[in-house]
Write a protein that binds this ligand. Structure first.
Ligand code: UDP
Ligand code: MG
Length: 336
């Protein structure tokens, strides 16, 4: 039975063969030993209900606990679950990229392993996809589970990104989403090293629709993202989608120079009219410190971009696979 949305058919036909499943589910896992079995138990009935054929691709992101052992066992019980294991921790964004390289389905769902993304929502995703959407994304309805600091920072980030970026990001849309074959292939052509998936999803375009959902509490373990990691992530997001921070300094410099010129004129006139006097030490120190700060910040911003250029020109592979579980074919070509 062919349930594919008709406008997708031509592009999909070229890629899909009979052995390929209708749906792939890509799940990055990093030290999720306590979660994988519960996840599989909840995912399985949903997948059986939702689609005719499916596969699950775990991407083990260099876990140091027993995640990989458990995944091996899961694969022995049901070969539709398979996995690739990185040689070390490469980060969630890279893990998703690797998962998309290995997913063979006509559509691919990306989700977290910690059951914060309710597997039941996949049925809705699939229904929206069959209606002809190339991308269906989950929109978290509240962030109450995050602390106030995280919530504030997340909101501030979206505001900042919107004011800088050429690519609008829907707030609350994360990695929990379904992508059809065209969207997956589009993402795979983007071999950026510092990956900011949220931006990439928005950048590729296609007909998309959001589905609201409540984020569940993390089942076991704790979040793998510290505030420091999130800050780094936010910086990557902005620097990979905007050059505004780089160009901003021209205007800051111009305003400061204009201000300095006015001050100079004021001092010349003041000296001519009232004669020279020595006071002004405090203002001198303050302005020297202020402008040193401005210069260091602008240097730092330039450094961010040069660092990114450096990372890109090295053209290293995005990730190194240490082990493949349940894949009998040749390794697929990594995107880059
Ligand atoms: N994850 C990963 N590599 C990492 C960090 C996280 O693959 O370096 C995975 C993790 O196992 C989980 C998902 O990414 O499946 C989301 O991580 P987490 O729940 O810690 O993030 P949060 O929900 O706090 O944003
Ligand atoms: Mg989580």
């Amino acid at each position: 039975m062919d349930r594919r949305p008709s406008q997708n058919a031509t592009r999909v036909e070229a890629i899909v063969t009979a052995t390929e499943p209708e749906l792939s589910v890509v799940i990055p896992v990093f030290n999720e030993g306590a979660n994988v079995e519960a996840l599989v138990a909840r995912l399985l009935p949903v997948l059986e209900r939702a689609v005719a054929s499916w596969e699950v691709v775990f991407v083990d992101d260099g876990s140091r606990d027993d995640t990989l052992e458990r995944v091996r066992r899961i694969n022995r019980d049901d070969p539709r679950f398979h996995a690739i294991a990185f040689s070390r921790n490469f980060g969630k964004e890279i893990a998703i990229a690797a998962g998309l390289d290995h997913a063979r389905g006509r559509a691919t769902v990306i989700m977290d392993a910690d059951l914060q993304h309710p597997p039941e929502l996949i049925e809705t995703f699939v229904a929206r996809w069959r209606e002809g959407n190339a991308m269906v994304f989950g929109v978290r309805t509240d962030r109450d589970l995050d602390g106030p600091v995280r919530r504030f920072l997340a909101h501030a980030f979206y505001r900042l990104f919107a004011s800088f970026g050429e690519t609008p990001l829907p707030e609350g849309a994360g990695d929990f989403r379904l992508l059809d074959r065209r969207a997956v292939e589009a993402l795979r052509t983007m071999g950026e090293r510092a990956r900011f998936s949220k931006g990439l999803y928005a950048w590729i375009g296609f007909k998309s629709v959001g589905v609201p959902f409540d984020v569940a509490r993390r089942e076991h373990g704790s979040s793998k993202f510290s505030v420091r990691k999130l800050f780094r992530f936010g910086l990557d997001g902005i620097t990979s989608f905007s050059t505004v921070p780089l160009k901003l300094w021209t205007y800051v410099g111009a305003v400061i120079s204009a201000f300095a010129l006015l001050t100079a004129i004021f001092f010349v006139i003041d000296t001519l009219v009232r004669g020279a006097d020595v006071p002004g030490y405090a203002s001198l120190i303050v302005s020297v410190m202020f402008f040193s700060g401005v210069q260091l910040i602008s240097l730092g911003v330039i450094g961010e971009y040069i660092g990114r250029i450096f990372a890109e020109v090295k053209r290293r592979p995005l990730y190194i696979v240490g082990d493949r579980i349940g894949f009998d074919d040749q390794p697929p070509q990594a995107s880059s």
